[in-house]
Design a protein around this ligand. Structure first.
Ligand SMILES: Nc1nc2c(ncn2[C@@H]2O[C@H](COP(=O)(O)OP(=O)(O)OP(=O)(O)O)[C@@H](O)[C@H]2O)c(=O)[nH]1
Length: 302
């Protein structure tokens, strides 16, 4: 037992990058199960989510951060603050770059900030399955000149290409020390938080345009019933009555569909029967409400 603990390694890898780079997809793939929600729409991840991956004797605590971009609104600023906060004190910062989208102006604030970070920095070029090789090499060269990374990896978080090598390299880079989490824990999110995120993911998947970005999901009640099933009541907050009508759909059909997909996914993740009750509420100023920030796990920014 003692020998086992002595050989253990554990550390924190902060996963940073522009919105839509594939950060959450990568964290889920390394953990081996969904801990962070993903969508084709940018700015899906709003708060820091920790995913725990294990490789041999090493426990790798992956901090999935919101995409970093030039913030305008309060919610944007809170997300960017959470992203850099997630990198604070990490053993390693991994910059995830969308190899297909490349380095547009939106990468500039990230590159600039990274040059001043004291942590070790690795570069991970993602989406090699759809990227053009020559372009990847040009991006890599430019980033090296600006930031100076210790290591570079080419991966596809979606197909799994290059992930085994990346995971082994992360594991080898972790400092010696006891594991931070029990062996069977995959995330720091509570089931209550996970439930809200799964519903929000369905909003992203089933609704288009700007709506999901203008919505928040708040779990009001989460309780275990005597038969072992869980009963969950959630509020979907939107800013305008027209948005409420979109979420409800004709005859409430859309909301029903969101609820039934979210329920099925949660039941599979939690391994128990789930009773999910969704309500849509119009709250014009939810983006300026301190309590909502607390509920969705973001710090309030002035
Ligand atoms: N083709 C391809 N698509 C990918 C890959 N990795 C992620 N994606 C897709 O890219 C989109 C964004 O992925 P996410 O994991 O949500 O990206 P993110 O960086 O967490 O995004 P934010 O939450 O906006 O910060 C999703 O549609 C993913 O399916 C990849 O390796 N190849």
């Amino acid at each position: 037992m003692t020998a086992e603990i002595e050989s253990q390694r554990c550390g924190v890898v902060a996963i940073v990058g522009a919105p839509n780079a594939g950060k959450s997809t990568l964290v889920n793939a390394l953990v081996g199960q969904k801990v962070a929600i993903t969508s084709p729409k940018a700015q899906t991840t709003r708060t820091r989510v920790m995913g725990v991956a294990i490789e041999g004797e090493a426990q790798i605590v992956l901090v999935d951060t919101p995409g970093i971009f030039a913030p305008k609104r309060r919610l944007d600023r809170a997300m960017v603050q959470a992203a850099w906060g997630g990198a604070q004190g990490a053993d390693l910062i991994a910059l995830i770059v969308d190899g297909k989208a490349g380095l547009g102006p939106k990468m500039e604030p990230i590159i600039e900030a990274l040059t001043h970070r004291p942590e070790r920095k690795w570069l991970v070029l993602n989406k090699v399955d759809i990227a053009i090789k020559e372009k990847l090499l040009v991006h890599t060269q430019k980033l090296y000149e600006r930031v100076g990374f210790e290591e570079t990896f080419f991966i596809s978080a979606q197909t799994g290409d290059g992930l085994a090598e990346l995971k082994t390299a992360f594991a080898n880079a972790m400092p010696a020390g006891p594991w931070h989490f029990p062996e069977d824990q995959v995330s720091d999110a509570t089931d209550r938080m996970l439930a809200a995120e799964i519903t929000r993911e369905q909003l992203y998947h089933q609704l288009h345009a700007e709506l999901p970005y203008a919505a928040a999901v708040d779990t009001e009640q989460y309780k275990e019933r005597e038969d072992g099933s869980v009963e969950i009541h959630q509020q979907i907050l939107v800013a305008r009555p027209t948005q409420r009508a979109i979420v409800l759909g004709k005859g409430g059909q859309r909301l029903k569909e969101i609820g039934s997909k979210a329920r099925a996914e949660l039941a599979a993740l939690l391994g128990v029967k789930v009773h999910l009750y969704l309500h849509v509420k119009v709250k014009e100023d939810w983006e300026d409400d301190r309590f909502i920030y607390r509920d969705i796990g973001l710090d309030w920014v002035e």
